[in-house]
Design a protein around this ligand. Structure first.
Ligand SMILES: *Cc1c(COP(=O)(O)O)cnc(C)c1O
Length: 367
């Protein structure tokens, strides 16, 4: 068959380990999954209540324009409904952007290391991928990214706060960057963890989408809203950008239950706020542990923390796994001696911290 040649070297996305699989493999009763930055507090109870009211009209296609959700979201974000594009997760919007703007002969600029889907999609679409290393502090090197842009650059990907480092781009740096990027280059600002940010100098990037007509901001209901299973994300940009992108979107890409769940979730900002606070308390526990044990980590504005154990990340991963904690090895994330840990509930965090202590003690004893 006439496959795109670039497909032959690609592997599918490797999800975090499945809970049932781990239970069986290690004969464990309780498994805590802190691998995919899901919300340990679930989602708003209002969503659960609302979904109980859903009648059985499952034979009907969803509202392809997600009208109710769109209106609610536009009001909530204080943008117009024409400034929104909704996706089957923000993953799908990444795919849509790639499909719309990338092809052989063009290139795309991104950090390394950052969220893997930018590169994955760019490869599928045959564009050249230009990866610019993060600084030693885990920050996007925006000056170097600017230098990597040329007349064949079509899309630049920024992730703030960045996955997997948890670090963020300051407003001043972002604005300077946007001023310098050629107007025919799309800048994607992926803010999947926006609602977790506590940095006092953080800003609302949506204020920039009208001033910079080549900027699109991505956010999602999968992280703090705890609705990852429904697959709803969105992009915000100026109206003309959205109008050009929209024909790429699949007609019924946001399903009916997802529309109901996310619309309801928007109405419970108390839930969001409480998750943000509890997450911060959890992060502080991990910070204290790292300081006590001399482990390096990046200060995080997200619900995960990348910790450097200075041994093979797969080994740390395996040790935690056998004791019932699924985290993400840093190896496939290109941080070979780190693991990325999603901040859990208080009980989950304390349990994992105990395992971490034990790991460090055993490691010290071996030396
Ligand atoms: C989780 C994540 C996404 C994907 O979110 P979905 O809306 O569930 O597709 C996008 N970008 C980053 C950086 C993420 O961590």
């Amino acid at each position: 068959m006439k496959w795109k040649s670039q497909l032959l070297n690609l592997t599918p996305y490797q999800p975090g380990k499945n809970i049932d699989e781990v239970k069986r493999q290690f004969n464990l009763e309780n498994i805590v999954k802190l691998a995919s930055n899901e919300n340990p507090f679930g989602s708003s109870l209002k969503v659960v209540e609302e979904l109980k009211k859903v009648d059985g009209s499952f034979a009907l296609y969803p509202d392809g324009y997600a009208t109710k959700l769109r209106l609610k979201l536009a009001e909530f974000l204080q943008v117009s409904k024409e400034q929104l594009v909704l996706g089957n997760g923000s993953d799908e919007i990444i795919l849509m952007i790639s499909r719309a703007l990338l092809k052989p002969g063009l290139n795309t600029v991104m950090a390394t290391h950052t969220f893997g889907q930018y590169k994955h999609n760019a490869i599928v679409d045959g564009a050249e991928v230009r990866e610019v290393p993060l600084t030693a502090d885990g920050l996007h090197d925006l000056d170097a990214m600017l230098l990597a842009i040329d007349e064949s650059t079509s899309v630049v990907w920024l992730c703030s706060p960045n996955n997997p480092t948890g670090t963020y781009i300051t407003e001043e740096k972002l604005v300077d960057f946007l001023r310098a990027v050629p107007k025919d280059v799309l800048v994607v600002l992926d803010e999947a963890y926006y609602e977790y940010v506590v940095a006092e100098d953080y800003y609302d990037a949506l204020d920039l989408v009208n001033a910079f007509e080549n900027l699109i901001v991505l956010r999602t209901f999968s992280k703090i809203y705890g609705l990852a299973s429904f697959r709803v994300g969105y992009g915000v940009a100026n109206e003309s950008l959205i109008k050009t992108l929209e024909p790429i979107r699949e007609p019924f890409n946001v399903n009916t239950l997802g529309q109901i769940a996310t619309l309801t979730a928007l109405e419970d900002q108390e839930f969001v706020e409480s998750c943000k606070i509890k997450n911060r308390e959890g992060l502080e526990l991990f910070y204290a542990f790292c300081k006590e044990h001399g482990l390096d980590y990046y200060p995080s504005q997200t619900n995960f923390i990348l910790i450097d154990f200075k041994v093979d990340g797969n080994e740390v991963f395996q040790y935690f796994l056998e004791r019932g904690y699924i985290v993400r090895s840093g190896v496939p994330l290109n941080f070979p001696t780190s693991v990325r840990i999603t901040v859990g509930s208080k009980e989950q965090n304390e349990g994992l911290l105990q395992v971490m202590s034990q790991f460090l003690e055993e490691k010290a004893a071996k030396l």
